[in-house]
Design a protein around this ligand. Sequence first.
Ligand SMILES: Nc1ncnc2c1ncn2[C@@H]1O[C@H](COP(=O)(O)OP(=O)(O)O)[C@@H](O)[C@H]1O
Ligand SMILES: [Mg+2]
Length: 283
Amino acid sequence: MDSKSTIDPTATTVAQQLGNLPVMTAEVQAAIERLNRKGFIPLHQVQIAHDWLEGKRQSRQSGRVVGESRTGKTMACDAYRLRNKPQQVAGKPPTVPVIYIQIPQECGAKELFGVILGHLKYQVTKGTIAEMRDRTLRVMKGCQVEMLIIDEADRFKPKTFAEVRDIFDNLQISVILVGTDRLDAVIKRDEQVYNRFRACYRFGKLSGEDFERTVKIWEQQVLRLPTPSNLTGKTIIKTLGEATGGYIGLMDMILREAAIRSLKKGLAKIDLQTLKEVAEEYK
Ligand SMILES: Nc1ncnc2c1ncn2[C@@H]1O[C@H](COP(=O)(O)OP(=O)(O)O)[C@@H](O)[C@H]1O
Ligand SMILES: [Mg+2]
């Protein structure tokens, strides 16, 4: 039998012809590692979203958070959960004020209960839907949950929305559905569901001054290259605006990649040429 570890002779030849990959200095390597690590930036729009969520939690009202993909919904909602840390007192169930979950594709009632119990670190036991519903409600009550944030709520099977509505009615907690306009369309089909999730917070694309301000924050707090790239200069900001369409997710991706590529070229900052190269790939 062929051993998988045997090096393919053509690969060796190719490697010899091309030579070794250029060696990077330790500094550049460290900078690249840093640029590959994702971090959370407490942006102004995140603060506003958190204030909105805080209001909903305090008044135990439900609603939805809607926006296109890559506008920062998940990062903002997960950070809100982190600001509402669980508390544990020995011998008692933990207090979990905010649950944040992401649900699987085609999510039905059982899967929903499973994800909630898992998040609260309770064992998911098998049983009928009624048994699982009972257990989930009991556990949520025990943990004194005040808000349930359900991300990717577009993935619910249409009839599971009734189940979510019942959680809200039963526990009198705030339930927040997070998703795209697809979610909006489904919710609006059922008057009863729509009425409970009427309040809506929207995440949008960045434009104008907001976009410029965010790029500046990225340059100073995320990229932190040896020399400033002056990313808000006229030509660069225009290129960035066109390439990202104002989506924060794309801006983050393109800027990180451009920074890494510039460093590998031996530059101390992002130059327009490199930015254009990267932008071209994301078209
Ligand atoms: N507050 C933030 N701090 C840092 N990066 C962010 C922030 N918000 C969004 N991003 C970047 O944008 C990407 C997309 O954000 P995400 O929250 O997943 O969007 P959505 O859930 O709307 O699709 C993230 O992976 C991250 O790179
Ligand atoms: Mg998301």
